[in-house]
Write a protein that binds this ligand. Structure first.
Ligand code: GLC
Ligand code: CA
Length: 554
């Protein structure tokens, strides 16, 4: 297995809109980030993944880009960006950009041209089809944010494809000019000195030419088999690698929802010349009741089965990305642990232990290092996210589900849980802004905030800091081989890591009950690297507290 910097790094995801506002307009911005780099340096992370900061009309908060080479006006200027990059590099922090090239905004100049006429030079940059009739789209595919995946455009009496919102038309990657434009744009950013790309829904860039109807599950047909892991996706990524990625010392991670370990080895295999790693989503997408919507926790056994399969099946062949949450997921502690005040801190630390001791590159989503929780939504007015708003319309207003059935699922899974402002201190609006925040701050900011936690050596923050430091100190954490123990336990997630003659035992309780655990032979009298309880692990039989976690090393 090759040793590389990105395997040894810990990555911190910033969602700029909600991170730090520097000019009191209620919207996080680039200067806000620059001002907090010392905080991140103190935490010890190596790399920032920056969610999109490009020019955008914000139909999907920056994931709808109208100019790839300009900074969103609300976030600042290109000078602000250059300054942030410089200050980050001076602190030894790398910056990975979000690359959203499955689609653009409908306000991108390519699309504004493309829709003008069938003869336009940019026509072929997007995916245009005749309808089955004037009122029936070309096929039955539904868009990820609801409705048909096709939008009728009367200027040329044709439909364009949008797998997300109708303001996010899909680019036609089969058009060589599109690929050239994208690769040139990526090169431009690399020349600026950025350190890599997180590639948004990159597994969707290649579509089956024929575009047949998909199987109907809910209201609309599935597009999945026809444009996820499509026919030319690996060809295009290899071309991207050859023309851009291979020329720079950068890291890449592909967002590949629905990927299997076998497919992941194609995207990120050590010998494939495509990407460095992918995000798989099995552990966050297996709990749905109504599409992605649910109010239930994944049973621990299922979670262990999924995580362990990825640990085992990529071992030595491709590299894992490790995450509990991101800007599209609810807060980890509310979802996999407990946000009840009695258990919040211990379960946040336990989850961090469980993830950071696995093989792969760990990602921390802003506020996770504080154990930030889901938001107590009261009414639909509280939601800002296009996905949540559309979902409510599709499931409730349509009469398919009652409000009472859907509401707990919506509030449990909404992406807005992750998008409430970062909680910096206990002043008004959690120190995020001195204006009016674009989305409400979680009212628990007076108890949960960075200021309190950076001063408290027992805080969730300091626990993360310690986990990150351990990773730098013990190669077994990065490179060791994983083995699951106690697969049948409904309460405990236990595994070992082994590298040459060093070995680690990781024990995590996922329950509010007290449990008992027998330390396996080689680890009796071992050194304890970290624990979220004040406990000695010298005895063979251990009484575990709710959400207890510890790591032993020999
Ligand atoms: C990805 C992003 C998500 C966005 C979607 C469309 O899944 O993470 O936030 O809405 O792609 O770009
Ligand atoms: Ca601002």
């Amino acid at each position: 297995m090759n040793k590389t910097w990105w395997k040894e790094s810990v990555i911190y995801q910033i969602y700029p809109r909600s991170f730090m506002d520097s000019n009191a307009d209620g919207i996080g911005d680039i200067k806000g980030i620059t001002g907090k780099l010392d905080y991140l340096k103190y935490l010890g992370i190596d790399v920032i993944w920056l969610s999109p900061v490009y020019q955008s009309p914000n139909d999907d908060n920056g994931y709808d880009i109208s100019d790839y080479q300009a900074i969103m006006t609300e976030f600042g200027t290109m000078e602000d960006f250059d300054e942030m990059l410089k200050v980050a590099h001076a602190r030894g922090i790398r910056i990975v950009m979000d690359l959203v090239v499955n689609h653009t905004s409908d306000e991108h100049k390519w699309f504004m041209e493309s829709r003008k006429s069938k003869e336009n030079k940019y026509r072929d940059y997007y995916i245009w089809r005749e309808g089955k009739s004037s009122s029936t789209p070309p096929n039955n595919w539904g868009a990820c944010f609801g409705g048909s995946a096709w939008e009728y455009d009367k200027q040329t009496d044709m439909y364009y494809l949008h797998l997300f919102s109708k303001k996010q038309p899909d680019l036609n990657w089969d058009c060589p000019d599109v690929r050239k434009e994208v690769f040139d744009m990526m090169t431009w950013w690399c020349e600026k000195g950025i350190d890599g790309f997180r590639m948004d829904v990159i597994s969707m860039i290649s579509k089956t030419k024929e575009m047949p109807d998909g199987e109907v599950h809910d209201l609309y047909g599935d597009f999945n088999p026809y444009c996820v892991h499509g026919p030319n996706v690996h060809k295009y990524l290899q071309e991207m690698n050859e023309k851009v990625l291979s020329k720079y010392d950068i890291m890449t991670v592909g967002e590949t929802s629905g990927v299997t370990p076998k497919q992941a080895r194609l995207y990120a295999g050590e010998d494939r010349n495509e990407l460095n790693m992918v995000f798989q989503f099995e552990h966050v997408e297996s709990d749905g009741k109504y599409g992605k919507w649910t109010d239930r926790k994944l049973p621990l056994k299922t979670l262990k089965e999924i995580m362990s399969r990825w640990q085992t099946e990529l071992y030595g062949q491709a590299w894992n990305s490790l995450f509990w949450d991101n800007h599209d997921q609810p807060r980890a502690v509310s979802r996999f642990g407990s946000d009840h005040p009695t258990y919040r801190e211990s379960s946040a630390k336990m989850l961090a232990t469980c993830l950071h001791m696995m093989q792969g590159t760990p990602y921390i989503y802003q506020g996770e290092e504080l154990g930030m929780t889901n938001y107590p939504f009261q009414s639909m007015q509280d939601f800002k996210d296009i996905e949540s708003i559309h979902a409510y319309e599709e499931w409730c207003k349509s009469g398919r589900l009652s409000h009472d059935t859907f509401w707990p699922c919506l509030t449990f899974k909404s992406r807005d849980n992750a998008r409430t402002p970062m909680q910096w201190d206990d002043t008004e609006h959690a120190g995020f802004t001195s204006g009016t925040p674009w989305i409400a701050v979680n009212p628990n900011y007076t108890q949960i905030n960075a200021k309190l936690q950076t001063h408290d050596p027992d805080s969730v923050f300091h626990y993360y800091k310690k986990l990150i430091a351990l990773r730098k100190q013990y190669p077994v954490i990065v490179y060791g081989k994983y083995e699951l123990l106690c697969p049948e336990s409904d309460d405990l997630f236990v595994y070992t890591r082994t590298l040459e003659d060093t070995k680690m035992l990781v024990v995590c309780s996922f329950t509010e009950k007290n449990t008992t655990f027998e330390i396996p032979e080689p680890f009796t009298n071992a050194q304890c690297l970290i624990s979220n309880m004040n406990h000695s692990y010298q005895n063979k039989t251990i009484q575990l507290q709710p959400y207890e976690a510890f790591v032993l090393f020999i």
